[in-house]
Design a protein around this ligand. Structure first.
Ligand SMILES: Nc1nc2c(c(=O)[nH]1)N[C@H]1C(S)=C(S)[C@@H](COP(=O)(O)OP(=O)(O)OC[C@H]3O[C@@H](n4cnc5c(=O)[nH]c(N)nc54)[C@H](O)[C@@H]3O)O[C@H]1N2
Ligand SMILES: Nc1nc2c(c(=O)[nH]1)N[C@H]1C(S)=C(S)[C@@H](COP(=O)(O)OP(=O)(O)OC[C@H]3O[C@@H](n4cnc5c(=O)[nH]c(N)nc54)[C@H](O)[C@@H]3O)O[C@H]1N2
Ligand code: SF4
Ligand SMILES: [Mo]
Length: 718
């Protein structure tokens, strides 16, 4: 039989949302490649997904429902039928609901897959209707989005393809070669045409190595740098006064605020010299079109929301929005008319339902967090909290509770699934339908199933149909087919989707939203910001937003928080992060691993080979002061715990700041701990943003230890 080519879309939480083509031979996927026609993907995937078929056919895949037979966490399971698994869930949940109410059940999901069908919100309607505790999801960008909305509103802002026209590009807290690979050729093209590329990052990343200027900054101080730039721009009158007058509000107040951030003060905060601050400000203001690409990492500190507020004021101040290739790129997701509320159904949530933030899983499960309704059952899908959430040791203690009924839907026996009572098999992207928005470009992409589901795996959509059936839900909403759900998930009558439908997507695989070409899409040339004033708000009229969590991150929870009024102007607060304790003099950042996608691929041979054993990057001066040599095993520790890693001694790491890439699986290390054993669990300033980059630590050489790396847990039933 001839090979079949099937259009797909990479499922991952990655801005690129690559258009894929799977080659199927005799019912088996033999190759997964990027779609060469796609203007953004251009035929390539990445080291994570290039051999996606090896994920799909991995011998470790969970292909049947499993029930725990060993002790909690031991990872011994027996195969059971779907009926038996569903029966057990029904009876355990029914008893819990009768005894303690449905809020004793906690769902836990994030973006293991990102599609509108199987991604962020797929279980929300079910759990909302059940009355389960609402799981607040502020892992990633919730604070940044809140802050960005306060300045600019929910705008797609700029087409990443238009970067080829930029003349000055600041990559601020982002490492695109690892985390946004397909944007890189557009940036390089601009560089070839004469643009200057500036990277602002404590670490010399792959992207920083290729930049024209790498500015090292102390983690968590970016807001101060942006305020310092604005100080210089205003003091030296490099302001686009006409743009400011016509399309912004609060200039006078901003001017007063930034007067307090002269370069010398900012230099002391950030570690960037006053001269460099002046040069950066001048070049940025006068080299138009200038553009800032913010990474998610910008928000991961106590001043993170404020930093986004400050950065998002810069382009209006210098009039960069006037030009194609000018402005600030955050995430163009807001161009996609996804009907989040129609998916999540916040209207199903019983009034007074409690909310637990996903960061707080450890304290919530161990009883440390006072809860009116303690958690008796945890349902995890699309996430791996043992690796991605802080307070790893507490999470593990919580998961080990004999009285906690844990269900995990997964591809693999992750460190989280290892603790499950029931494991349910999930399909991969090659086995399911989905329709994908993007947070890194302006194309809608369809994912068609290339192969039949392996074993008894089901898509998340089918999982929740089955759960609705056993819990006796009669609303037809819960029994829609995947096709019907795709129809309902987007507002197909929105002008940006005119002429685009599922039939077309089945023929083409993807379609560009009707927003014009990368050259004509300059949405803020004339202002037109979707804010209350219609202008870029240096002084925000939405100050209550800052400390509330936007509905999207609360499973469509609409009540929000009371919203204490915050500072309407961007700021940098010196003592926002706790002072560095003398015992933990080093900073630690936990950037994304080049070869893992968060925790995904942390168990697969190609990517593990690439990533090696768990490692940390440490500056030679810091290493020498501790008697650490390259290749030594070190213990990285603080008041929260410790993990071990191999030391890479390198000038790429900033003096005083180690970098510990995330995603390694605890169960495959000697001590069972990874970076989230010691990461800061505190919230930052806006929308419950995380504060990973504020983590303070110490490093010590571990005497004569074998290299890290021990058991890898397998899904093969006992
Ligand atoms: N390969 C790979 N790609 C990914 C992912 C992955 O796990 N692996 N994850 C995806 C997801 S979910 C996300 S959110 C994105 C994230 O995409 P990015 O934001 O690009 O990812 P990070 O590596 O977390 O952070 C980027 C850079 O910020 C630096 N940094 C850390 N703290 C600070 C700081 O306070 N200030 C400044 N200026 N820089 C700082 C780090 O050194 C790092 O080089 O990537 C997506 N793409
Ligand atoms: N220290 C530190 N911690 C961090 C970060 C950091 O920078 N530093 N970054 C944070 C950020 S930005 C993010 S986005 C989060 C990411 O957190 P997560 O979204 O939880 O991370 P992933 O590892 O991508 O995915 C989790 C799991 O989903 C499973 N999965 C994939 N597809 C499916 C499916 O279709 N069905 C089911 N049932 N399961 C599926 C995968 O096998 C994987 O084990 O981590 C956060 N944690
Ligand atoms: S992880 Fe990102 S870069 Fe890699 S294939 Fe998926 S969308 Fe593309
Ligand atoms: Mo993320």
């Amino acid at each position: 039989m001839a090979d079949r080519k099937v259009f797909g879309a990479c499922p991952h939480d990655c801005p690129d949302t690559c258009a894929m083509i799977t080659t199927v031979r005799d019912g088996r996927a033999v190759e997964v490649r990027g779609n060469p026609d796609h203007p953004f993907t251009r035929g390539g995937l990445c080291v994570k997904v290039n051999d996606y078929q090896n994920r799909v056919y991995s011998p470790d895949r969970v292909l049947h429902p499993l029930r725990r037979v060993g002790a909690k966490g031991e990872g011994r399971f027996e195969r059971i039928t779907w009926d038996a698994a569903l029966d057990e869930i029904r009876s355990r949940w029914t008893a819990i609901i009768e005894r303690s109410g449905p809020a004793a059940i906690l769902p836990y999901s994030y973006l293991g897959t990102e599609g509108t069908l199987n991604g962020l919100s797929v279980g929300d309607a079910f759990f909302n209707r059940l009355g389960a505790t609402v799981s607040e999801r502020t892992f990633c960008d919730a604070g940044a989005i809140t802050a960005f909305f306060m300045s600019c509103g929910p705008t797609a802002a700029i087409d990443p393809e238009s970067f080829v026209h930029s003349r000055y590009i600041i990559l601020w807290a982002i490492n695109p070669i690892s985390t946004n690979l397909h944007h890189w050729p557009f940036i390089k093209e601009a560089q070839t045409r004469g643009a200057k590329i500036v990277v602002i990052d404590p670490f010399e990343t792959r992207s920083a190595k290729q930049a024209d200027w790498h500015i090292r900054i102390r983690p968590g101080t970016d807001g101060a740098l942006a305020l310092g730039m604005m100080h210089v721009i205003i003091a030296e009158d490099l302001v686009d006064h006409a743009y400011v007058a016509d399309h912004t509000i609060g200039y006078d107040e901003l001017k007063e605020r930034v007067a307090g951030f002269p370069p010398e003060r900012v230099a002391a905060i950030t570690g960037v010299s006053a001269e460099d601050i002046r040069t950066l400000a001048r070049e940025y203001a006068t080299t138009q079109p200038s553009v800032i690409r913010m990474g998610v990492a910008i928000e991961r500190n106590a001043n993170g929301g404020n930093a986004v507020r400050a950065l998002s004021c810069l382009p209006a101040l210098v009039g960069a929005w006037r030009h194609c290739g000018g402005g600030i790129m955050h995430m163009p997701i807001w161009a996609f008319p996804v009907k989040w509320d129609a998916i999540s159904r916040p209207d199903f949530i019983p009034p007074g339902t409690p909310v637990i933030n996903q960061w707080r899983l450890g304290p919530a499960l161990t009883g440390e967090m006072p809860l009116k309704t303690p958690i008796e059952s945890l349902f995890v899908f699309n996430s791996n909290p043992m690796v991605v959430a802080p307070e790893q040791a507490k999470i593990e203690r919580g998961l080990a509770r004999e009285d906690l009924f844990t269900v995990v839907s997964e591809h693999f026996i992750t460190d989280t699934a290892r603790y499950a009572d029931i494991v349910l098999p999930a399909t991969t992207q090659l086995e399911q339908w989905d329709v994908m928005f993007s947070w890194g470009h302006l194309y809608l992409t369809l994912n068609m199933p290339a192969i039949e589901p392996l074993g008894e795996a089901v898509p998340n959509t089918e999982l929740f149909r089955r759960l609705a059936r056993i819990m006796g839900f009669d609303d037809l909403f819960f029994y829609r087919t995947d096709m019907e759900m795709m129809q309902d998930a987007l507002d197909w009558s929105n002008p940006v989707l005119e002429g685009i439908d599922l039939d077309l997507l089945q023929r083409t695989g993807y379609a560009r939203l009707n927003v014009g070409t990368p050259e004509s899409y300059v949405p803020h040339r004339e202002g037109n910001f979707p804010t209350p004033s219609g202008k870029c708000e240096f002084k925000s009229s939405l100050t209550a937003l800052g400390n509330m969590v936007l509905p999207l991150f609360r499973q469509g929870y609409t009540e929000g928080q009371p919203g204490e009024a915050l500072d309407p102007l961007p700021n940098y607060v010196d003592d926002a992060a706790p002072p560095a304790p003398a015992d933990y003099p080093l900073g630690m950042i936990s950037p994304k691993s080049h070869a893992f996608l968060n925790s995904s691929y942390g168990n697969l041979p190609t990517q593990l080979h690439h990533a090696g054993t768990q490692r940390v990057f440490i500056n030679p001066a810091d290493a020498a002061a501790r008697g650490v040599a390259a290749g030594d095993t070190v213990r990285v520790f603080n008041q929260h715990g410790a993990f071990e890693a191999v030391a890479e001694v390198t000038e790429a790491a900033m003096a005083g700041v180690i970098a510990a890439p995330m995603g390694y699986w605890p169960g495959a290390t000697r001590t069972g701990r990874t970076v989230n054993a010691i990461n800061s669990p505190a919230y930052g300033d806006y929308g419950h943003n995380p504060t990973f980059s504020d983590t303070r630590i110490e490093v010590a050489k571990v005497a004569a230890t074998p290299a890290a790396g021990a058991t890898v847990h397998s899904a093969v039933p006992a």
